[in-house]
Design a protein around this ligand. Structure first.
Ligand SMILES: Cc1ncc(C[n+]2csc(CCOP(=O)(O)OP(=O)(O)O)c2C)c(N)n1
Length: 582
């Protein structure tokens, strides 16, 4: 052997280390820039937790109180930061407790990598203690899942996991690792990030002819209307989007997940779409001549009855996921691509325009909404407080700079309609799945994803009780989360439907609650309960000024309803402003 060969051999040997599968998992996390893991240990993931013992300087682990809390926290982290959230859970019940969060992350395109422990490979299929077939259980709710039974696979499987979770249309990935693979020692040759997978094309090649066709339709339009979703935020294309609408002068409405991509007070921003969105965007969807849908998927909560949806309009649909195009609404011009790339191309080709009369129609609708809904909601003569009053007071105090995480129900719809935002990634909510229990853990995760921002969780008295145990996570790790419970003493949204569509037959919506302030106190969290209008601002101020987490309960009207509303089974233009119009 000559000298050159000797040096080569030494180098290879020096670069190869004998490490465990568990150690390889943690090295992958560090290489991917992970800093925070949300998790809960158990038998089948113990070797990974054992390796984690030595990683406290590089990785922070937040011990949640339930695995559902871990995945929602990872989702909150991801949504507010634009990075991938990471979760650890054990096999069996640990893994199955992740399923709701996976489904939520899947439908809301949230990048999350979950590592679950699994029983030893030789026990697979034997109904071993805490064995569940997590791969089959999670297949429909993950963008990708994979079971590792041999440690040598770990570096490249994790590289693929992070790449798949975060690229193209993001989503959750679950990697199940058998205990023997976690313990197995193997020759480790370093970690290489994945940048390409054969047969997976996250970034489509943009076809210019479609951009040209889209621009032509827009330039010829008299009443163009832009509707946009979270794709703008996920594509990090907020600036490109704003430039596009500003040059083309087109009014733009957001879906619940697209909210905050542009400041809510943008002169072309005309409000929120959807069943409980604003009046104008719903009504005028059926009046525009060209509908430009950007990074949104025509969810049924947005379209109402499809056979009555925007039939008069030519539809341009920009989306990164080809399976969304023509799925619910046929596109006249499909623009398959990353909106960070397609929007600048389109902006170049559209004419600089304004549509004052068309925009005025949206403003007129807002005036009508103001008269019929908002005035009632803000009426200072009524005895009971309304949710809208609380959200408006939050706006005054935070000036639109807070991250607002909402749970699911009436408070969610009111918060999303009233909340004001100055910057992107500020409205975090469970949109597609509508998961009660999402907000508290998601707000915990958001506070790690945006440590310099004020994070406010707005939750109903029902939803808080689904994941209330995560107050324990706050107690132990001290993230700052301001929790507001809007307590109407009902499962409000279901009650509203029972009132409006089931002849007032209130069937099991009357939910009792504990003394929330006492519960918070039990977890070492300061709190207060108020029910009077004159206390709202001072209580909110006290909550915001308090150093650390705080729980504020606001007792609101028991039977207040949320309007506008597109009743189920109706078209968007049948949006109503009050109960008498149903
Ligand atoms: C996990 C889960 N279970 C059930 C539902 C159905 N659901 C939607 S809204 C709602 C009521 C929510 O009540 P609350 O949390 O008090 O909020 P409110 O509507 O009163 O603001 C229910 C039960 C759901 N969305 N998620």
């Amino acid at each position: 052997m000559d000298t050159l060969e000797l040096t080569k051999e030494k180098k290879t040997k020096a670069a190869t280390e004998n490490i465990s599968g568990s150690e390889a998992v943690l090295r992958a996390f560090v290489a991917e820039g992970v800093e925070t893991i949300f998790g809960y240990p158990g038998g089948a993931i113990m070797p990974i937790y054992d390796a984690l013992y030595d990683y406290h300087e590089k990785l922070t682990h937040i011990l949640v109180r339930h695995e559902q809390g871990a995945i929602h926290a990872a989702q909150g982290f991801a949504r507010v930061s634009g990075r991938t959230g990471v979760v650890f859970a054990t096999s069996g019940p640990g893994a199955t407790n992740l399923v709701t969060g996976l489904a939520d992350a899947m439908i809301d395109s949230t990048p999350v990598v979950c590592i679950t422990g699994q029983v030893f490979a030789h026990l697979l299929g034997t109904d071993a203690f805490q064995e569940t077939d997590v791969i089959n259980i999670t297949t429909p709710v993950t963008k990708w899942n994979y079971q590792v039974t041999d440690a040598t696979e770990i570096p490249h499987v994790l590289a693929k996991a992070f790449y798949i979770a975060g690229s193209g249309r993001p989503g959750p990935v679950l990697i199940d690792i058998t205990k023997n693979a976690q313990l197995q020692l193997f020759d480790y040759n370093g970690y290489e990030k994945c940048e390409h997978i054969r047969s997976y094309r996250p970034k489509p090649i943009v076809r210019k002819e479609y951009i040209e066709q889209a621009a032509k339709l827009i330039n010829e339009a008299e009443k163009p209307f832009v509707i946009f979703g979270q794709g703008v935020i996920l594509g990090k294309a907020e600036k490109e989007f704003q430039k596009f609408i500003e040059k083309a002068g087109i009014p733009a409405a957001w879906t619940i997940l697209g909210m905050s991509a542009i400041p809510t007070n943008h002169p072309l921003g005309v409000g929120m779409l959807g069943m409980h969105g604003n009046y104008g965007p719903n009504l005028l969807t059926n009046e525009c001549d060209v509908l430009i849908a950007i990074g949104m998927r025509f969810d049924d909560r947005v379209t109402g009855r499809l056979d009555k949806y925007a039939k008069q309009a030519k539809v341009i649909h920009l989306d990164i996921d080809p399976s969304e195009i023509d799925k619910n609404v046929k596109a006249t011009v499909p623009v398959w691509g990353d909106c960070k790339e397609t929007l600048p191309l389109l902006t170049e080709l559209v004419h600089q325009k304004v549509y004052p009369q068309w925009l005025q129609k949206f403003n007129d609708c807002m005036k009508k909404e103001q008269e019929k809904c908002i005035k009632a909601e803000m009426n200072p003569d009524t005895e009971v407080l309304t949710m809208g009053e609380v959200i408006t007071a939050i706006n005054e105090l935070t000036k639109g700079d807070a991250v607002i995480v909402t749970d699911v129900g009436q408070h969610q719809m009111v918060a999303c309609r009233y909340a004001e935002y100055n910057s992107s990634k500020s409205n975090i909510t469970s949109g597609g799945l509508g998961t009660m229990g999402f907000a508290l853990p998601a707000a915990i995760g958001a506070s790690y994803g945006a440590p310099d921002r004020t994070v406010i969780a707005i939750i109903g008295d029902g939803g808080i009780q689904m994941t209330i145990q995560e107050l324990g996570t706050i107690m132990q790790f001290n993230p700052t989360v301001k929790i507001i419970i809007l307590n109407n003493k009902f499962l409000g949204m279901v009650r509203q439907w029972q009132e409006l569509f089931h002849k007032n037959r209130y069937s099991f919506v009357d939910i009792q609650s504990p003394d929330f302030v006492m519960v918070a106190k039990g977890y070492g969290i300061q709190g207060k309960s108020i029910c009077k209008r004159e206390d709202v601002k001072s209580a909110l101020k006290e909550m915001l000024d308090h150093n650390g987490s705080y729980l504020l309960e606001v007792i609101v009207g028991k039977e207040n309803n949320v309007f506008p509303m597109v009743p189920q089974g109706r078209g968007v233009a049948e949006v109503v402003l009050s109960k008498d119009e149903i």
